[in-house]
Design a protein around this ligand. Structure first.
Ligand code: NAD
Length: 242
C-alpha cells in the first residue's frame, strides 16, 4: 500500500480502462471518487466491492463529464484531491461529411471540454496542498490521426496540447500533468469492429495483440507515483504499433 490517505478521482470508471484503473488505485490504497454516465448500478457494485476488498472509501457518482453543471455538482462534494484521471471518452466512427454538428460537439464535450471542467475544479484543491497529479487518457490517434475518426483524433490531439500547456502552467506549483496515449486496447470501445477488421488491425501491431485495460491502468498508476520532474509528457502504450 503506497499511501492510504491519498484521494483519486477517476472519470468513466464503470468499465474498460477506467474500471481497471479504479481497481489498480484501490489496490494501492487510494480513497476513490468514480464517475460514469449511464451504468450507475455497475459502478455502485464496483465501489462496494473495492471498499470491502481493499478497505478504502469509494464514492460512485453518475455525472456527464461533458456537462459543466454535472462536473460542478460532483466537485461540490470533494474537499481534497491528490490525483485526477480524466479517462471518460467516446469515439465516433464514420466519414466527417456524414457527421452532424451535434455529434461533433458531443465528441469534443466528452473528450476535451471535460478535461477543462475537471481541471478547473481540481486545480484549486491541488494548489491548497501544493501538490497533485493530473493524468489525461489520450490516444495514439491524437498524434497520428485516423481516417473515419476525425473528430476523435482532433479531440485527442487537443488533449495532448492541453496536457503540455497545463503542465507548464502548473509546474511551479508542484502539480504534474501527463497523458497516456494507448493504441488498441481490448475494451467495449472497439466492439464496433468485426472479427475480421480486428484481426487485420492486430496483424499490424508488432506485439501481435491488443493491449489490456490492466496494462494501461498500471501505467496510469505509475504516472501517479512518478517523480515530480515527470511532467508535460504524452506516454504512448501501443505494443510498438505507431
Ligand atoms: P469504454 O467505452 O469501455 O469506457 C468508457 C467509459 O467512459 C465508460 O465507463 C463510460 O461510462 C464513460 N463515459 C463515456 N461518456 C461519458 C460521459 N459523458 N461522462 C462520464 N463518463 C462517460 O472505453 P475505454 O476503451 O475504456 O476508453 C477509456 C478511455 O481510453 C477513453 O478516453 C478512450 O478514448 C481512451 N482510449 C481507448 C482506446 C481503446 O482502444 N479502447 C485506445 C486509446 C484511447
Amino acid at each position: 500500500m503506497s499511501n492510504p490517505t491519498k484521494n483519486a478521482l477517476i472519470t468513466g470508471a464503470s468499465r474498460g480502462i477506467g474500471k481497471a484503473t479504479a481497481i489498480a488505485f484501490a489496490k494501492a490504497g487510494y480513497d476513490l471518487y468514480l464517475t460514469c454516465e449511464k451504468s450507475i448500478d455497475a459502478l455502485y457494485e464496483l465501489a462496494r466491492q473495492l471498499e470491502k476488498e481493499y478497505n478504502i472509501t469509494c464514492t460512485a457518482v453518475q455525472a456527464d463529464m461533458g456537462d459543466f453543471s454535472d462536473v460542478k455538482e460532483l466537485f461540490a462534494n470533494i474537499e481534497e484531491l491528490d490525483v485526477l484521471v480524466n479517462n471518460a471518452g467516446i469515439c465516433h466512427s464514420g466519414l466527417l461529411n456524414d457527421m452532424t454538428v451535434e455529434q461533433w460537439h458531443r465528441v469534443m464535450a466528452v473528450n476535451l471540454d471535460s478535461c477543462f471542467y475537471t481541471c478547473h475544479a481540481a486545480i484549486p484543491l491541488m494548489l491548497k496542498k501544493h501538490s497533485g497529479k493530473i493524468i489525461n487518457v489520450s490516444s495514439v490517434w491524437g498524434t497520428q490521426g485516423a481516417s473515419m475518426e476525425v473528430a476523435y483524433s482532433a479531440s485527442k490531439g487537443a488533449v495532448n496540447t492541453f496536457t503540455k500547456a497545463l503542465a507548464k502552467e502548473l509546474a511551479p506549483s508542484n502539480i504534474q500533468v501527463n497523458a497516456v496515449a494507448p493504441g488498441v486496447i481490448d475494451t467495449d470501445m472497439n466492439a464496433c469492429y468485426t472479427q475480421e477488421e480486428m484481426s487485420a488491425l492486430i496483424d499490424e501491431i508488432p506485439a501481435g495483440r491488443m493491449g489490456t485495460p490492466e496494462e494501461v491502468a498500471a501505467l496510469i498508476l505509475q504516472m501517479a507515483t512518478a517523480p515530480a520532474y515527470l511532467t508535460g509528457q504524452i506516454v504512448t502504450m501501443d505494443g510498438g504499433w505507431c
